[in-house]
Design a protein around this ligand. Structure first.
Ligand code: BGC
Length: 793
């Protein structure tokens, strides 16, 4: 067989360029005359969204049946890499059973703010947990021969305006928080692909960002795979290839190929960069991937059981006063809530799965043959709300135990847009208040892919957070309620009391074109801990039906030097009368006066299963990296000279054991920073952010006629032009045609794809239907170069 270098030498410049442009919505380009095959991509990450043929993704919900696993925010709460590796493996087999080569997942972005519409698709606010769970998923998937495409690299932490936003992130937060999960996943699991995100990072689009794609990814992390653009995220083909991008997806009908050829001839597109990109695409396409040889039906049945098991290990028991849970299987419950009959089990957008089977919570009760009465209590549509609530309250007066199922409606959680606030629908909160007034025995099941405010939490005895639990959430919920499954999930993110408690609350989504990450590293528990800000439920927390005790922390050495590791050993005992699993969580602590350093950061964990009464010893290794800081000047992690601590706790008990560590690294000059970055109380200011980071925040500008470019969205271009509004409304109607419910997340997602995508990006994804000429004309109309005065307003 020919070497890759020989193959590349024989290709013409045109062919090399063609290889870097997708062939359709899901395939790379094949060159049959050169015996170069294509490769097929399909969405992940909580199942396989396989659209038959070259499908152009219109009708995002049309896809072949596959297993719907719990979404990432639930998956991370398992704190169980081995189990999540099984999930990756299962998705890999499903992919190979349909000849899919690359699965677009997992998504690993840090949950900077609870309102991000896509948080249900991401793992955690903590990079170590996100990185380790993501790596496990990738290893499992790639063990089947399918390739993973880790996404969305990088700084993609909001959905509103995701194609226009510029994430301004200081170097410490960038490396220690936002890139760290990617680094862990790349270096431990070696994904074959990585997807660059839509947004800019510090002024440069991720697709054109040579610092991210070459310096960090390829040089610092030694990534050997293929960089694929998010769908329509390519900004400038020449800049992207030069910067380290390989494959433009989906096909833009070769919109930019002529320009790339010209640039190559003029020496502006580097020949070596083009060869690297084409070579990476060829390598991915030519890789021999074993076929799946089993029965697809049997595979789906097995994976369905795995999906349920993962949910049973993910759901988080947040409250259990008076041990109201577990309920006895013969104990008759009054079940209240429309969510019990129409239980959400996934979020909306490109991760949407069509499962072969599913169970609502009421289905779960029926299947388990458990007695229950049911009252809807509220309706998502809010029709007959008063009557529904009154009936539920009347029934609750006579019931011994009441189970209320609440959560976010389907239209709240989607790719493409953020939530407007952190609240549950008001009718659900009011219902719980009214129920609490008539019965003390309330258990709540929460169904939502991201944190919500829980104003009634002190009025209920039991609370289980199911997140979005996959296709068999109903069966899993019933097993958890009855104790057939003992809850062992621990929160992978903090639950603030109210949205205003979030460090980024005042800045998030206010000025996307210059989105200052002013809180820097103080995200999630890194902020709440140091700001002394109480939360409803902390990161890492989760109860069990049994009790555990942690004791005897010892370190095998009390100091650490570069290239060394230390072992922390603890004893965990199941002190209750049921078998169960607990998570040992190991943090490294910093002194309170350290600038840009949280009080503690997660650096190790292990889930352990213990029989009632059993004791075990757990040893967790902390490499020097766990004690290191990012040194931007050296572009490397560096061990400081510092006094740090190892802190160990378990999920069900917030008290911690500590041991000091003398960190023997290099002494670095202390940076003078605004006080907020030492002592982050209240909210950061933009002025302090600029002083700390050196990054300049631009004021928000609304373009006016005369200033529009191809990077403006139809919504923006239509502000002053009735004609543009007319044209875009025709386009919007054609995209949302076939969607029955105009209020559904699918309709809202499609609307935002049309209205909030820069015009040039829409053209890139239109498969040639929206030409460059038309794009330029529309911009000219919006700028009033044509039809001046006729269609204005
Ligand atoms: C999403 C990606 C997804 C791609 C293909 C994009 O809009 O951001 O996560 O993989 O579409 O469906």
């Amino acid at each position: 067989m020919q070497s890759l270098a020989d193959q590349l030498t024989q290709l013409t410049p045109e062919e090399l360029i063609q290889l870097t442009s997708g062939a359709d919505f899901w395939h790379s380009k094949a060159l049959p005359d050169r015996h170069i095959p294509n490769f097929r991509m399909s969405d992940g990450p909580n199942g396989l969204r396989y659209q038959a043929g070259s499908g152009d993704a219109l009708g995002i919900n049309e896809s072949v049946i596959s297993t719907c696993f719990p979404t990432a925010s639930a998956v991370a709460c398992t704190w169980d890499p081995e189990l999540i590796s099984e999930m990756g493996r299962a998705i890999g087999h499903e992919a190979r059973s349909l000849d899919v080569d690359m699965v677009l997942g997992p998504g690993i972005n840090i949950k900077r703010n609870p309102l991000c519409g896509r948080n249900f698709e991401y793992f955690s606010e903590d990079p170590f947990l996100a990185g380790m769970i993501g790596a496990a998923w990738i290893k499992g998937l790639q063990s089947t021969g399918a390739a993973a495409c880790l996404k969305h690299f990088a700084g993609n932490n909001q959905e509103n305006d995701r194609l226009l936003s510029d994430s301004l992130i200081d170097e410490t937060a960038l490396h220690e928080l936002y890139l760290e999960a990617f680094r862990i996943a790349v270096q431990t699991a070696h994904p074959e692909g990585i997807m660059c995100s839509y947004n800019k990072v510090n002024g440069t689009y991720a697709s054109d960002n040579s610092y991210l794609l070459t310096e960090v990814l390829r040089h610092q992390w030694d990534f050997k795979g293929t960089v694929v653009t998010d769908w329509g995220a390519l900004n400038d083909k020449v800049a992207s290839l030069n910067a380290g991008g390989d494959l433009e997806m989906p096909s833009s009908a070769n919109m930019f190929d002529p320009e790339a050829l010209k640039a190559l001839n003029a020496g502006k597109l580097k020949a070596a960069a083009l060869r690297r990109a084409a070579g990476n695409v060829i390598q991915t396409a030519e890789k021999k991937r074993p076929a799946f040889t089993g029965e697809r039906e049997a595979l789906l049945a097995e994976d369905g059981r795995l999906a349920q098991k993962i949910e049973e290990n993910a759901a988080v028991l947040l409250k259990n006063d008076d041990q109201i849970l577990p309920i006895r299987p013969d104990q008759k419950l009054l079940v209240i809530g429309q969510m019990a009959a129409a239980t959400r089990y996934q979020g909306a957008g490109s991760s949407h799965i069509n499962p072969p089977e599913k169970s609502t919570i009421l289905d779960g009760f029926k299947k388990a043959k458990m007695p229950y009465d049911y009252q809807p209590g509220y309706a998502f549509s809010r029709e007959n709300d008063d009557q529904l609530a009154a009936d539920a309250v009347a029934a609750a007066k006579d019931a011994q135990t009441v189970l209320v199922v609440v959560g976010l409606p389907e239209s709240a959680e989607s790719e493409g847009f953020d939530r407007p606030n952190m609240k549950l629908p008001a009718n659900q909160n009011q219902l719980i208040d009214r129920l609490a007034a008539v019965t003390p025995n309330l258990i709540v099941l929460l169904v939502a892919g991201a944190p919500v405010e829980l104003p009634w939490r002190s009025q209920v005895k039991g609370l289980i957070n199911l997140y979005l639990g996959g296709q068999f959430v109903g069966d899993a919920a019933v097993n958890l309620l009855t104790g057939k499954a003992n809850p062992s999930g621990k929160l992978a993110e903090s639950y603030p009391i109210s949205y205003q408690d979030v460090a980024s609350a005042d800045l998030y989504d206010r000025n996307p074109q210059s989105a200052a990450y002013a809180e820097s590293v103080y995200v999630g528990y890194r902020y709440y801990d140091k700001a002394n800000q109480p939360v409803a439920f902390p990161f890492g927390f989760g109860l069990s039906y049994t009790t555990f005790q942690l004791s005897d922390l010892s370190l095998d050495q009390s100091q650490i030097q570069a290239d060394q590791a230390l072992n922390a050993t603890v004893t965990v005992t199941n002190t209750g009368d049921r078998d169960g699993a607990e998570v040992v969580e190991v943090f490294v602590g910093n002194s309170a006066d350290s600038p840009l350093k949280p009080l503690k950061e997660l650096k190790g964990f292990q889930k352990v299963f213990l029989k009632a009464g059993q004791t075990t010893s757990v040893t967790i290794t902390l490499p020097a990296h766990a004690f290191s800081d990012w040194n931007d000047q050296q572009q490397a992690w560096q061990l400081p000279a510092a006094h740090k601590t190892v802190l160990v706790k378990i999920g069900s008990d917030q008290s911690q054991l500590t041991a000091p560590v003398d960190v023997r690294g290099q002494s670095l000059p202390k940076k003078e920073l605004p006080d907020w970055y030492v002592n982050p109380v209240g909210k950061p200011t933009l002025a302090d952010f600029t002083t700390m980071s050196g990054l300049t925040v631009q004021p928000a500008i609304t373009a006016q006629p005369g200033q529009y470019t191809r990077l403006n969205t139809p919504r923006e271009l239509g502000t002053h032009s009735a004609l543009i509004r007319k044209i875009t409304s025709i386009l919007k109607n054609s995209m949302t045609k076939g969607i029955a419910d105009p209020e559904s997340s699918e309709a809202k997602f499609m609307e935002t794809i049309v209205m909030d995508t820069p015009l040039i990006r829409l053209a890139q994804q239109s498969g040639g239907k929206l030409s460059l000429t038309l794009v330029n004309k529309l911009v000219a109309i919006a700028n009033r170069h044509y039809f001046k005065g006729i269609f204005d307003r």
